[in-house]
Write a protein that binds this ligand. Structure first.
Ligand code: GUN
Length: 282
């Protein structure tokens, strides 16, 4: 079997052209969607992600406001800024790039962002919405995975899904979103014993563990769908996911490449959440 390589860049481009139309419709009502992006310190990966988010905003017509702080910033300064952004009419989304330096309480920062502007979907109100199945802002990466599956016509209902990785940003919300769509979901993580006995059952395997080559062909059922959320920089500079792409592409039905799979979708769904927020405010 030769896998269909799921082209996240192409799916992103299709979604972004719809987003541009929604931005034009908002412009007729006198509204320009606005996203504030707060970054603390100079984590190189975060700097790349933030740059990509800001650039993507410009491409679809979202106004972005970048706020950079030094790594030793006083958390009070960021909390005060968030309080101000919560009240601003030109700002529909507020994003604090994670991770944050150790003097910060991530939960205090995330709970200070107004749930109405929480386009990352990390506020407890939005996490709760996800649990009961009526979230306002689905978290961007798992939302992007669902959109990729929908775009490829991959049915979710009744499927065995295994999610490898139980982070708050990807694994846990991913599992909830797929359960909401009537999949049978198992969540595996770093302490799971004999990972392969779970992954082999998956019709759809979502991997977000941050370990290159964690998923090799003998762990995966023939014809499964593999969604690779991992982004790992190898010592030789290459960017790879968590799955052995070359080994798997002759065994599975669909697989996402790294780069060019899930990554572009994360940014696209951030744009989508920001526009949805502006539409709600308009
Ligand atoms: N760091 C890694 N992924 C994310 C994300 O989706 N949002 C934010 N704010 N920070 C991140």
């Amino acid at each position: 079997m030769t896998a269909k390589i799921i082209d996240g860049r192409a799916v992103s481009a299709a979604i972004r052209s719809d987003l541009k139309i929604r931005v034009q419709a908002l412009a007729k009502k006198g509204t320009t969607p606005g996203l504030a992006v707060i970054m603390v310190g100079a984590n190189p990966a975060s700097a790349v992600y933030v740059r990509n988010k800001i650039r993507a905003c410009g491409e679809v017509g979202i106004r972005s406001f970048q706020h950079n702080f030094p790594a030793d910033a006083d958390p009070k300064a960021i909390l005060d800024l968030i309080e101000e952004l919560n009240t601003r009419k030109d700002t529909h989304g507020i994003l604090v790039q994670l991770p944050l330096p150790p003097q910060f309480s991530i939960s205090e920062i995330l709970q200070t962002i107004s749930a109405d502007k929480d386009v990352d979907g990390f506020h407890l109100y939005n996490v709760g919405g996800l649990v009961v199945g009526d979230t306002v802002f689905p978290p961007c990466t798992p939302y992007g995975v669902v959109k990729l599956l929908e775009h490829e016509g991959i049915e979710i209902e009744g499927k065995n899904v295994v999610v490898v990785g139980a982070s708050n940003i990807v694994g846990k919300p991913m599992a909830l979103m797929l359960m909401q769509r009537d999949a049978t979901v198992a969540i595996c993580h770093a302490k799971t014993r004999d990972l392969a006995q779970f992954t082999i059952l998956a019709d759809i395997l979502v991997v977000a563990a941050g370990k290159p080559n964690l998923i090799v062909p003998q762990m995966v059922k023939t014809g499964a769908v593999v969604i690779d959320v991992g982004i790992n920089r190898l010592p030789d500079g290459r960017l790879v996911g968590d799955a052995d792409f070359e080994g798997l592409k002759n065994k599975v039905s669909h697989i996402t490449p790294v780069p060019g799979g899930v990554g572009p979708m994360t940014v696209t769904m951030l744009l989508s959440n920001t526009i949805a927020s502006a539409e709600r405010a308009a």
